[in-house]
Design a protein around this ligand. Structure first.
Ligand code: 5GP
Ligand code: MN
Length: 318
């Protein structure tokens, strides 16, 4: 077993109160990884606290028992796992929980992650935190339950864009094969995760797409998810997913962008098709991510952020 994996299992064996946290506005990789680790540690009879800042999107609710997600925490933790977070800010309102933990273990696959835990299992070659977690859990020699396998599959499926992004390797597929052998029903998961949009969510998605703007010879596409769109369709921000990926689907588009209007800030999602590394642009503004999918948030309105981005990208598209 790898030394850092050994260290993690030593810590688990010597800990009772364990916290498992993921990033703010949790996505499939975050939810899948957090819940897979939850089920693994539950079977070891640990006293667990799950912290996730933000709602579980509608298309993951069928898999998650939301009762296990804590609303608040008071205790000290022997150990805290932080999953799929490239920096501590990504924990959102649960960032202070790190101070309550005797030891912290960061498990992540973002190349902008500098390692902010006591133990850092970071591998930017991994397609997803789920794939990295699979390698960790498998190294224990224990059999993974069907439920754990299902959560890991969801994590990998969603973060690889259904096994299509360049981060997907033959190893990713071998892992998926093992998960299927453990009982994962891939067609059922696909239907729940991708084919279950309520009509109002689909309408909000269409509103976002239809207000798309194109710049720099159609190489840059941009739209926003405004409060107006959310209110009009009665949907929550976290439920409108895949807009940036959809805008990247235009032939000439190199980079797509979605501006999400939040209460006091704007959340930016960037997607790149080929060369431009959007994680370095995001890092400039205090965010991070991957070369082809990254983001950041700024305390300013959508219009101003749009101007800022157009200026930032002008050089690149010139
Ligand atoms: P999304 O655009 O789907 O929110 O995120 C795309 C990728 O960028 C994800 O891997 C996510 O973790 C990362 N990312 C998004 N927003 C932020 C941010 O504010 N800070 C950092 N460090 N990473 C982010
Ligand atoms: Mn991820």
């Amino acid at each position: 077993m790898r030394n850092d994996f050994k260290e993690v299992f030593n810590l688990i064996n010597n800990s009772k109160k364990i916290c498992i946290a993921g990033h703010k506005s949790p996505d499939g990789d975050c939810i899948g990884s957090v819940m897979a680790l939850y089920n693994f540690l539950k079977a070891m009879d640990k006293d667990l606290t799950v912290l996730l800042d933000g709602e579980i999107p509608f298309n993951f609710k069928a898999f998650v028992n939301e009762e296990v997600i804590a609303e608040k925490y008071q205790e000290e933790f022997d150990l805290m796992f932080i999953l799929d977070c490239s920096d501590s800010k990504r924990l959102g309102k649960y960032e202070p929980a790190m101070k309550q933990a005797n030891k912290t273990v960061v498990i992540d696959h973002h190349k902008t992650n500098e390692g902010f835990g006591d133990i850092n299992i970071i591998d930017a070659e991994m397609s997803s935190t789920g794939e990295l977690l699979y390698n960790l859990l498998k190294s224990s020699g224990m059999t993974l339950s069907k439920e754990i396998a299902q959560f890991i599959y969801i994590a990998i499926l969603t973060d690889t864009g259904k096994f299509s992004y360049s981060s997907t390797t033959s190893k990713t597929h071998i892992i998926a094969a093992d998960l299927i052998n453990l009982g994962v029903n891939i067609a059922e998961i696909d239907n729940i995760v991708y084919n279950s949009k309520p009509a109002n969510v689909m309408k909000a998605f269409i509103d976002c797409i239809s207000s798309m703007e194109l710049y720099y010879g159609n190489k840059f596409s941009l739209t926003s998810i405004t409060k107006d769109i959310l209110d009009k369709n009665k949907v929550k921000m976290g439920d409108v997913d895949g807009v940036a990926e959809f805008l990247r689907g235009i032939n000439e588009v190199e980079v797509s962008c979605v501006l999400k209007e939040e209460d006091e800030f704007t959340k930016v999602s960037l997607r790149s098709k080929n060369k431009l590394d959007v994680s370095s642009i995001s890092a400039k503004f205090g965010g991070g991510g991957h070369a082809k999918a990254a983001g950041f948030e700024i305390k300013d309105n959508v219009e101003n952020i749009k101007k800022l981005l157009l200026k930032e990208l002008k050089e690149y598209f010139k």
